[in-house]
Design a protein around this ligand. Structure first.
Ligand SMILES: [Fe+2]
Length: 562
């Protein structure tokens, strides 16, 4: 990273021996010599440390104050007679505590031979307290850091597992919001903002494809533009931190004091930015706890920027995958459209048949209670059910007169030919059962595999009814279409013999919709403006029907990062 303005000021507080340890040592010394010791602290001048009481002899306290004011450096201890019976013991402690601190006590002038040993024990005890305090402090730091590291690791796993865009657009998933909210808390930002840059061909009227704010401070497009401008000309390739936002930097400096801008880059393309604003100041959040905790400055540091870079990298990779996936979907839409047009071009008499079968089959599937995705799959299967006719000779397919047995056998190959044409398209595997089995019969007399009853896939049973009805009511090269009533009577007669009775029953429940579809005799995908003339209103969403079917039946789950 360059351009980083870093100011990671974490105070180093001088280590002091905890008062409770000093107190224990002083009590021990006091009990040994049956007298009360005092502790003096230096803070511009020497004064008795609370809660020490002055010596019972005021003169001793005055003398103690005089001596300690002039005590030479590196004095181990001193014994000063203050009366015929008493001596003042003076023990400097600053070497142990990193502070100027002195203990004084009045003892009998007859201190005995063990006095030096006692003083040394006292100092050793204090030194051990200092070592213990240091070890405790280190333990707290390691413990706190381990906790922070674990929190960051957990967050990163959540990020990688869940950070994804919604399949239906560029909005953030709830899990992505959760992961980014955790990041916001980890780096103590008031708000975290995801900004998606306008892509080529974007229909967005705004300067950005999306701005998503997580946190208390909501920002609009104007603020985002100002923050990105502040990041400078390299904002698409370099991270940027400013912990001292001024009026010269940004006109919103009264609301935003610190900011981090991280570009979301994948394969040298910047998809957008991750922006953190206003580092929150929290007491004791520097990794220390208890008496060692200090208040951290309200500034973003390089660690925050690195965490954000990780998140931005995952976001960019995900955005890249979504882009590739959308391109694949568009290719699939184009493939389906091309195949359907190829069928219609092959046989002008059946032009629009595939589209009507698809619409009728989808309407049956909806009425039958199938899920939206299955209905759209059946719609695509309807569009492609006769794709195998591309492999049937034109003179057979469009023959005006009656077909010979050999010619009919050739026609009967079209389900298998269709299966062979489509089986290599991975994203259309779900239409294969409908394509291969749409000429099977409920009683097992159909083709190509003479399946019967529920052995015939449901999609094929639905397509069989839709296909038969539209074929019977359409003009063909060799005959005029039957009246609707006649075709419907044939369906009733063939119920539970040629066709699944439950599908025939469902068909008649939506007969009014079917009449609208077959009365139009137009292609819904070639002439979308004619939709409203014949497509039932509750099924028309104003979108290209092939487009929405492909988008519904293909899932983004395959491209989510795991
Ligand atoms: Fe067919």
């Amino acid at each position: 990273m360059s351009n980083l303005v870093t100011n990671e000021s974490v105070s180093n507080q001088s280590l002091v021996i905890p008062w409770r340890d000093v107190s224990v040592c002083m009590d021990w010394l006091s009990q040994t010599y049956q007298t009360q010791f005092q502790i003096w602290d230096w803070d511009d001048q020497w004064s008795l440390l609370t809660p020490c009481e002055p010596h019972p002899n005021p003169e001793a306290t005055r003398i103690a104050q005089e001596i300690i004011s002039e005590l030479p450096e590196n004095t181990t201890y001193r014994i000063q007679p203050v009366s015929p019976d008493e001596s003042l013991i003076i023990i400097p402690m600053e070497a142990l505590t990193h502070r100027k601190r002195i203990a004084t006590g009045l003892v009998s002038r007859q201190v005995g031979q063990g006095f030096h040993r006692v003083i040394q024990l006292f100092l050793d005890n204090l030194n051990q307290s200092r070592i213990n305090a240091e070890q405790t402090r280190q333990l707290q730091i390691y413990s706190s850091q381990t906790s922070i590291d674990f929190e960051e690791l957990t967050w990163f796993r959540t990020l990688v597992d869940n950070l994804a865009f919604e399949e239906t657009g560029n909005s953030l998933t709830s899990s992505a919001r959760q992961a980014l909210t955790s990041l916001k808390d980890l780096i103590h930002a008031e708000s975290l903002i995801v900004v998606l840059k306008n892509r080529e061909g974007s229909r967005s009227l705004s300067a950005y494809d999306g701005i998503y704010t997580l946190g208390a401070r909501q920002v609009d497009e104007e603020v985002v533009s100002d923050l990105l401008k502040m990041a400078g000309p390299n904002l698409c390739c370099q991270s940027f931190i400013n912990n001292h936002v001024s009026q010269d930097d940004c006109k919103f400096s009264k609301e935003i004091s610190s900011v981090v801008v991280i570009p979301a880059i994948c394969r040298n393309y910047c998809f957008g930015w991750l922006i953190a604003v206003n580092r929150q100041s929290l007491p004791g959040n520097n990794g220390y706890a208890g008496e060692f905790a200090v208040r951290e400055c309200a500034q973003f540091n390089t660690k925050a920027a690195l965490l954000m870079e990780s998140a931005a990298s995952v976001l960019a990779t995900q955005a890249h995958n979504v882009q590739l996936f959308r391109e694949q979907q568009e290719i699939l839409v184009g493939t389906v459209r091309t195949l359907v047009n190829a069928i219609d071009t092959k046989d002008q008499y059946t032009c629009g048949h595939s589209d009507r079968v698809a619409q009728i089959a989808k309407a049956i599937a909806i009425q039958y209670g199938l899920p939206e995705e299955d209905c759209q799959r059946i719609y695509l299967a309807g569009l492609l059910h006769d794709i195998g006719k591309i492999g049937v000779r034109d003179e057979v397919l469009t023959k005006p007169g009656k077909l010979t047995k050999q010619e009919f056998d050739e026609i009967k190959l079209h389900p298998v030919l269709g299966y062979e044409i489509l089986k290599h398209l991975n994203q259309l595997q779900h239409v294969l059962p409908g394509v291969l089995f749409h000429h099977e019969s409920w009683d097992g007399t159909g083709y190509p595999h003479q399946l019967d009853k529920e052995d015939i896939p449901l999609a094929a049973r639905i397509l069989a009814v839709a296909d038969a009805y539209d074929a019977m009511t359409s003009d063909r090269s060799y005959r005029k279409g039957l009246p609707l009533e006649k075709a419907e009577q044939i369906l009733r007669d063939g119920r539970a013999r040629q066709w699944d009775p439950s599908i025939v029953d469902t068909f008649f429940k939506i007969i009014d919709k079917v009449h609208k579809i077959v009365s139009g005799k137009q292609s819904s995908f070639n002439m979308p403006t004619l939709h409203s003339e014949y497509v039932f209103e509750d099924d028309f969403d104003g979108e290209d029907s092939i487009h929405s079917a492909v988008y519904t039946t293909t899932s983004l789950s395959g491209v989510q990062l795991k």
